[in-house]
Design a protein around this ligand. Sequence first.
Ligand code: URP
Ligand code: ZN
Ligand code: ZN
Ligand code: ZN
Length: 475
Amino acid sequence: MKKLIKNGMIVTATDAYTGDILIEHGVITGIGKELSAEGAEMIDAAGCYVFPGGIDPHTHLDMPFGGTVTADDFETGTIAAAYGGTTTVIDFCLTTKGEPLQQAVDVWHAKSESRAAIDYSFHLMVSELNDRVLAELPGIIENEGITSLKVFMAYKNTFQADDGTLFKTLQTARQEGALVMVHAENGDVIEYLVNKAIDEGNTDPIYHALTRPPELEGEATGRAAYLTELTDSQLYVVHVTCAEAAWKIEEARKKGLRVYGETCPQYLTLDITDLEKPEFEGAKYVWSPPLREKWNQEELWKGLWNGSLQTIGSDQCSFNFKGQKELGRGDFSKIPNGGPTIEDRFSVVYSEGVEKGRISIHKFVDIISTQSAKLFGLFPQKGTIALGSDADIVIFDPSVKRTLSAATHHMNVDYNPFEGMEVTGEPVSVLVRGEFVIRDKQFVGAPGRGQYLRRKRFGDAARPLPGKAEVGGGV
Ligand code: URP
Ligand code: ZN
Ligand code: ZN
Ligand code: ZN
């Protein structure tokens, strides 16, 4: 059935105009003024912004971590994401040493395919890069369309890979057209500081932050950038929290390197003092890297505004306070790391960014959607409102004022780190490939409707080929 979204203010990373959008067979087939509604279902968007659907490039759904499993799976997580204005997520597929990559990817397909309510794709974790992995990786990139590889520089004795592995991953990515993602913290030094703190009886949640100082994030970010330079490869630094790391990315980019950075809504709004909340409540604010001193937030906003940071990921990795975060009572190192932000990513950044005058509305669309599509090989199918693009659309009412709370959120978790935060603006309706997933603030989609997205290789030029139906997407 045709749909016509009428009279909204259409906003992309570059344009804003009042107009109508015609949708047929899940894609945008018309954009204009007063398009004919004949045979189409009419959707009135007057008074609202019409944004491209949010793309969350960083989620952990149904993921085993820290001796437990995340509270949100692909069903609850993607439904909550949709409520919040996100229409695509890219989740991290974990691998274990010795295990065939295809087996790991199949596990992630099994977790997601009958559950995801919005479109989704995977990044692939690289934990070792021996001849076996080298032989298998090109086939995974080609057949699964997984064109981003994740290396952990922290989490010693579990996820952490050594520098040799990172170096070889960068080399392989250069050859194969993949983007290497790093969790940039110096895991070896952190391991030492954590053990020392516990030995000294310093076991409260605040010591999570004190044993992971910003210098160790800056150091790892700089190290990864140098290895990227040496391999002439491309690097994406996930969850940048602090000035030390943002400056390293800026420095690398000034040298002309293909180095990119992501930050998260929690690092833009919450700070290290949250870890000091009494009654062990600080555990709700345990992320790695940790929340930082407040002044860092303005550096992150500045980085987003000047283009040294490109994207916003939620780093959704939810654990209930009761029974999960509580695993770390008496030993902060046993608190599962991560928090629930998939639902509020879009609105927190809109409200704190656009409403408070820190970024323009175009920059908002760019960091919440377009840049992720470009960097991860989904543009222009995703990430914009254009002829031929998927009709992934958010109708957003900027006049609503509301308070974020676990009492009203849709994530499957018993707290919200943004509890009590006042935000301006709310997604009213959300469409994925032309179908309503959220309609008038109600979920009307279905688990399993989300499609798996095979992605293009990094740098497959933003160069449309005349006569080809599908155009390339690059940066
Ligand atoms: O604390 C975090 N960030 N949890 C999720 C795993 C990761 O490092 O991204
Ligand atoms: Zn038709
Ligand atoms: Zn991480
Ligand atoms: Zn993460």
